[in-house]
Design a protein. Structure first.
Length: 730
């Protein structure tokens, strides 16, 4: 039978219940190899692709994980990391039993205990704190799993029920999410299904070869079909090397480039007047703002040629259809929210939304009808408790070191960490380590491995991996909701997060029935089944099919329908105006830059960014031997001119430092890094780096303009050789 092209397969339209029958047939056909059993599952990691998996199990052990060929976004393809999932699940260093600390904080010395003993110890230590001041208890979690159940369901209910402080979970994407919310009304955009039909794709602040392999496959098909690919990135990444053009702007200047493009588009009439009139708000005000961003000024800000600004705007304004793949790296500087807003205005100016292969994709997660209130139950918070204290996760170092104020912000006395490794991933590591090292801080960590953070635990609890528990998922790079059922029994004595928090609640004597609902009950509540996007499907349909495609039109914003208060794409944001903020996008320079702080730049003249290494996903997979062997060791890329000025040669160990700290890495002298930029791929576990530090020893706790997100790429450093001699390259 002739195999359909990717574009053709993705363009097929079926009603959901027709898809259900096909999915069930595919699941059954996957078990034809009688020597092993194959289970369908979902990748849980912080990646837009949210792949469907086929897990082969022999004698109760996962032996292989492959992409499901019947799931249209996955197409049978997985990234290198997740294809090694059995190696991670059955790792010899996997935590398999509860433990309690017997050494000093950070030493990582533990002894095994039973589950009931662990729960009793937690209740003994945390119970009096809750009784005295529940706000002294803080959860710390993020996207170690993107699952709706093992993320924030029973865990959120537990912390709501005891009246704990709340965590502002903003470390990754909050600035970009705020930009979409104030411009489009939510995390919505174009569908990736039809990308192969695009004629121009701007890959802006993204390296999809590393971070979104299925988007890259579609972009490559578009390229074969004649599309032009342009990468906008300070660093010549693997993706940028394979695009037709690479625009290497200075870090944190993306907003200026977008406003410069808007300037040219409006000046030369390369806009869709009808779409602007019918579906946008604030075009005149935006034009006045953009008038100041001449190509010459933008060139000076971005460190590129004025002709590049003009040519890019003309290419964008004269090509149909055009797509922008925006990613979160460009929003990790002080002005990241405004920059994302400015870029998000572009497709509404040109009417790119009219075409199913046109528009902008940052996140599609806002389409999924997640029933957050039912999962997290904010109504469980004690009556009369007042507004909860909120701690921004990017400032966890300062928060743990703060002396506390009994009248407003009591000192944090108990910390529960799950789905995260803050000692490695949170900014300003020296403060984070000092905070976690407090002997008077009682810390509970749910983990798969003894990570940098786990070394500081008082009680360390073994959690299940994705192959061992039930969960429901949405995606932020496609429009399917998906069900994961366990393929193997829990390894050792490990338990799902949901079961662990039920056990803690029981030990504390909490009686709220919602704290003890089963995972099956949670799964049934996880989505709003009456939402039109589910097109009449219910829990039984998802349970049977394992995934459902949301009932969206091919071009969801072709006729407007934005989710803002006005129903339009808001160039001038009413929400920002109501909050007393600038309602128009603007360029805000990085706080750590010669433009904003000349004295600081004189001492630390190099900008540092720390994008993910190809074989790591944040700090996940760093301890998988085969993947760490591919990365070899911490490295920092530096431009030949910058290296020569500092007496640095390729392969030499260097110190990268600023006022917050230092790290050591192997220098790679390469013009992939633009002049004035160093690139330290991340995030290494501190304990697996030769000097016990990683890039976050250098990053700050400062926040973005919108969303309170992290400013990892707003970071000035200096680099110096460790020794005069050239060290042997490992």
């Amino acid at each position: 039978m002739r195999r359909l092209s990717l574009t053709r397969r993705l363009s097929l339209t079926r009603r959901p219940r027709q898809r259900l029958r096909i999915a069930n047939q595919n699941i059954m056909s996957s078990t034809l190899d009688r020597s092993k059993t194959v289970f369908t599952a979902v990748c849980p990691h912080d990646c837009p692709d949210t792949c469907a998996l086929q897990v082969s199990v022999e004698n109760g052990r996962a032996v292989s994980v492959k992409g499901d060929p019947d799931h249209p976004p996955t197409q049978g393809v997985l990234c290198t990391k997740v294809s090694r999932y059995p190696e991670r699940t059955h790792h010899p260093e996997r935590l398999t039993q509860p433990m309690r600390r017997i050494g000093r904080k950070g030493e990582g010395r533990f002894e095994p205990i039973g589950w009931e003993q662990a729960f009793s110890l937690i209740a003994e230590k945390v119970g009096p704190i809750i009784a005295r001041e529940p706000r002294a208890v803080l959860p710390y979690s993020f996207a170690g799993t993107m699952g709706l159940l093992q993320g924030e369901s029973i865990a959120a209910r537990f912390f709501n029920a005891i009246g704990a402080s709340q965590l502002d979970r903003t470390i990754c994407a909050a600035a970009g999410a705020a930009a979409l919310r104030t411009t489009y009304g939510g995390s919505i955009g174009m569908l990736p299904d039809f990308l192969a039909e695009s004629r121009l794709i701007l890959i802006w602040g993204s390296n999809p070869i590393t971070s979104s392999v299925h988007f890259w496959a579609r972009a490559q098909e578009a390229k074969r079909n004649g599309a032009t690919l342009v990468a906008i990135d300070p660093y010549r990444s693997l993706t940028a090397e394979k695009c037709h053009q690479h625009i290497a702007l200075k870090p944190g200047t993306d907003g200026a480039l977008a406003l410069g493009m808007i300037h040219v588009l409006l000046a030369e009439g390369l806009v869709d007047d009808d779409y602007i009139r019918d579906h946008t708000l604030g075009a005149r005000e935006l034009a006045k703002r953009a008038a100041a961003f001449t190509p010459e000024r933008v060139a000076d800000i971005c460190g590129i040629a004025a002709e590049t600004v003009v040519a890019l705007a003309r290419l964008y304004g004269t090509t149909t259809p055009t797509a922008i793949r925006l990613n979160y790296g460009m929003q990790r500087t002080y002005g990241g929210g405004n920059a994302a807003r400015a870029i998000a205005c572009l497709p509404s100016l040109t009417g790119a939304w009219r075409h199913r292969a046109g528009g902008l994709l940052l996140s599609t997660s806002g389409y999924a009808p997640v029933n957050g209130a039912a999962l997290e139950r904010p109504d469980l918070r004690p009556r009369g408790a007042g507004k909860p204290r909120v701690v921004n996760m990017n400032a966890i170092g300062d928060a743990l070191l703060a002396p506390g104020d009994a009248s407003s912000d009591p000192r944090i006395e108990a910390l529960f960490v799950y789905n995260s490794n803050p000692v490695a991933v949170a900014p300003d590591s020296a403060k984070v380590v000092a905070g976690f090292g407090r002997e008077d801080l009682f810390t509970v960590v749910l983990e798969h491995f003894q990570t940098d953070t786990a070394d500081f635990a008082d009680v360390l609890l073994p959690a299940t991996t994705q192959l061992e528990h039930l969960d429901v998922h949405r995606a932020y790079g496609h429009t399917y909701v998906m069900l994961n059922r366990p393929a193997i029994a829990p390894v050792g004595e490990s338990r799902p997060n949901t079961a662990i928090f039920r056990g803690i609640a029981g030990a504390l004597g909490l009686t709220e029935p919602a704290l003890y609902e089963s995972d099956e009950d949670l799964a049934r509540q996880s989505l709003r089944w009456d939402d039109p996007l589910l097109d009449g499907c219910d829990w039984s349909d998802l349970d049977r099919a394992r995934w459902l495609r949301l009932a969206l039109p091919d071009a969801p914003l072709a006729n407007g329908g934005f989710r803002t208060p006005s129903g339009r794409c808001e160039f001038w944001s009413s929400a920002l105006a109501d909050a007393g903020l600038d309602p128009l996008p603007d360029y805000l320079p990085p706080r750590e830059s010669a433009e904003f702080d000349p004295p600081l730049a004189a001492r630390y003249p190099l900008a540092m960014i720390s994008p993910p290494a190809r074989n790591f996903l944040n700090s996940t997979f760093v301890n998988v031997d085969s993947l760490r062997a591919s990365e070899r060791e911490p490295r920092v890329d530096i431009h030949p001119g910058d290296a020569s000025a500092r007496g640095i040669v390729d392969g030499q160990t260097v110190r990268v430092f600023n006022d917050r700290g230092e790290m050591r890495a192997r220098a790679r002298v390469t013009d992939r890094a633009r002049p004035g930029l160093v690139v330290g791929t991340s995030i290494w576990w501190r304990k697996l780096a030769s000097d016990g530090r990683n890039a976050n020893q250098l990053t700050s706790q400062a926040l973005t303009d919108l969303g309170g997100s992290a400013t990892f790429y707003d970071c000035l450093v200096e680099v110096a050789p460790v020794a005069a001699e050239i060290e042997e390259t490992v």
